[in-house]
Design a binder for this molecule. Structure first.
Ligand SMILES: [Zn+2]
Length: 533
């Protein structure tokens, strides 16, 4: 299990709760589902951004080659995802995942090579028979024997791949570029003759010789391949390298360009985005990014990136509120937890903690959110049971608890919560209990302790903290008055003597007060006048 929010607030942190592959999958443990309340946090209604689309500084720069606003997804959970260390999908699970992805709105669903095993072939046929809206692809080696099996399964297209880097040519299949080119052309022409889509991809494209790559892509483009594929098989590429290669390739081929990015160095989403900016048309994804090693561009992460770039396109095309359901389904199938920091659906993806953030979020969520959780059927939370909280967050909680407190009272109550959180980690129930007892004590003769279960030592610490807070506040107030008096005194020094006399006569009480108090009283009048204005 990964930590429950309450556990986090109790300081139990994540020790012993690795996001690893435990049998008793806890990915669904967090009830951070759509529109639901979550134990330990408070979902908040906030003002909606009055101008959600106004001058978005993150909107992509317009470019005639960019496909940011018309990209397509090739969803590879059932191919790349099956290569994830923990994945074993039976037919029933594959069908469930395929249907969910289809419902979500992905353009293509890619399946494991039917030549891999007899069951893989049967599963491929079963999914082709579902009659989904998404086109079904299968992923094969660039050989006639694989292609012959693939075209008989009922798929809409075949994705062929062959290693082109010197590493793979020498240590994997041992073929030279002329052999690769001839094999590719033979397979492409065969698959096309069956009326199916065909993609040719190099493998390990970013460690392949550029001249070799462009020459083979150009050759397959000439024989009418549907898409060429660029694959960062080892996850080594940076966004800038991706942009350069795809942009160059865009000038060489006229067919579509598919891209596939592994996440070894954390660039899988950024690389996909850059590829689209450079003119790629298709991006490979998998749910939660599962795949070989630490996986590829995650479907949810890509959605997060793309909705910021072109919300209208993403919303019109994909059923975003289904994302969490699909992720939970796949996480359960492969026995992992959805990571706490997952895009969109991670349990703290829309949780705001610091008082200054909470205040701004309560006024306008766009201050600290670039994505609206409602677009994904998710909720926004303010985490108020901590020492970082602020009185605006507590005020929002007081309103939720249906209690009536003035702003001044809420500020005092907030100070008590912060003091308590300094003594020990507090859970949401503790914070609620403090608020309720504070409210009760205002109207009762006998003051009840704010938390019933404090140890004598904790009680002592809390009282000391409170004294400290009061002391600090008193000190600050005194400092403020002294500062103000000093300023007025300085100002009066500069007034000409005659004018000073006039001002002093103005003040009816002048004779009764010490010179210092006199100045102070004048200043406080001015201040209050200013405040009233
Ligand atoms: Zn891959």
């Amino acid at each position: 299990m990964c930590p429950q929010p309450d556990e986090l607030t109790n300081g139990h942190e994540t020790n012993g709760h690795a996001n690893g592959t435990n049998g008793s999958n806890g990915s669904n443990g967090h009830s951070n589902g759509a529109n639901g309340s979550r134990n330990g946090y408070t979902g908040i209604e906030t003002n909606t951004n009055p101008r959600p689309h106004a001058s978005n500084p993150y909107a992509p720069v317009g470019d005639f080659l960019s496909n940011v606003s018309r990209f397509k997804i090739i969803e590879s959970t059932l191919r790349e995802g099956e290569q994830f260390a923990n994945a074993f999908f039976n037919t029933e699970t594959k069908i469930k995942i395929a249907k969910a992805l289809d419902d979500f709105g992905v353009d293509y669903i890619e399946l494991t090579n039917p030549a891999a095993s007899e069951q893989s072939r049967l599963d491929c046929e079963a999914i082709c028979k579902l009659g989904l809206k998404a086109k079904i692809l299968t992923h094969t080696r660039c050989t006639m024997s694989d292609a012959r099996i693939a075209v008989e399964t009922g798929v809409d297209g075949v994705d062929v791949v062959i290693g082109t880097s010197s590493y793979l040519r020498e240590h994997s299949h041992g073929k030279d570029m002329t052999y690769i080119k001839n094999a590719a052309i033979e397979v492409i022409e065969f698959v096309k003759s069956k009326g199916l889509e065909i993609r040719f991809s190099s493998e390990d494209s970013f460690r392949s010789d550029l001249v070799d790559l462009l020459s083979i892509y150009s050759a397959v483009d000439k024989v009418g391949v549907g898409r060429v594929g660029v694959a960062d098989t080892v996850g080594c590429a940076s966004p800038r390298q991706v942009y350069d290669l795809v942009r160059t390739l865009r000038g060489v081929v006229s067919c579509d360009i598919e891209t596939h990015f592994h996440n070894d160095t954390g660039c899988a989403i950024a690389n996909a985005f850059c590829a689209l900016e450079a003119g790629a048309t298709h991006v490979d994804t998998s749910v939660i990014g599962i795949g070989e090693r630490n996986g590829i561009t995650p479907l949810g992460g890509l959605m997060a990136r793309m909705i910021v770039a072109d919300r209208d396109y993403v919303i019109s095309k994909y059923k975003l509120h289904k994302l969490k359901e699909i992720e939970d389904m796949v996480a359960e199938a492969v026995e992992i937890n959805v990571p706490f920091n997952n895009y969109i659906t991670g349990f703290c993806a829309f949780t705001h903690k610091a008082g200054i953030h909470a205040k701004a979020i309560l006024n306008n969520p766009s201050t600290y959110e670039i994505i609206n959780p409602a677009d994904f059927g998710m909720s926004r939370y303010v985490h108020f049971a901590s020492r970082l909280t602020g009185w605006n967050a507590i005020k929002s909680r007081v309103e939720q608890l249906d209690l009536e407190l003035t702003d001044e009272q809420i500020k005092i109550c907030t100070a008590k919560i912060k003091a308590m959180a300094d003594v020990r980690p507090i859970a949401i129930d503790d914070a609620d209990s403090i608020i309720r007892t504070f409210h009760l004590n205002l109207h009762s003769q006998h003051e009840k302790p704010l938390l019933p279960n404090l140890s004598p030592e904790e009680q002592k610490k809390f009282e000391a903290k409170e004294r400290e807070l009061r002391g600090e506040k008193e000190e600050r107030d005194l400092e403020k008055t002294a500062d103000m008096q000093a300023k007025v005194s300085d100002a009066l020094e500069e007034v000409p003597k005659s004018k000073k006399r006039e001002l002093e006569l103005d003040n009816g009480d002048a004779e009764q007060e010490s010179p210092k108090a006199k100045k102070g009283s004048r200043s406080s009048r001015r201040t209050s006048g200013k405040e009233a204005a």
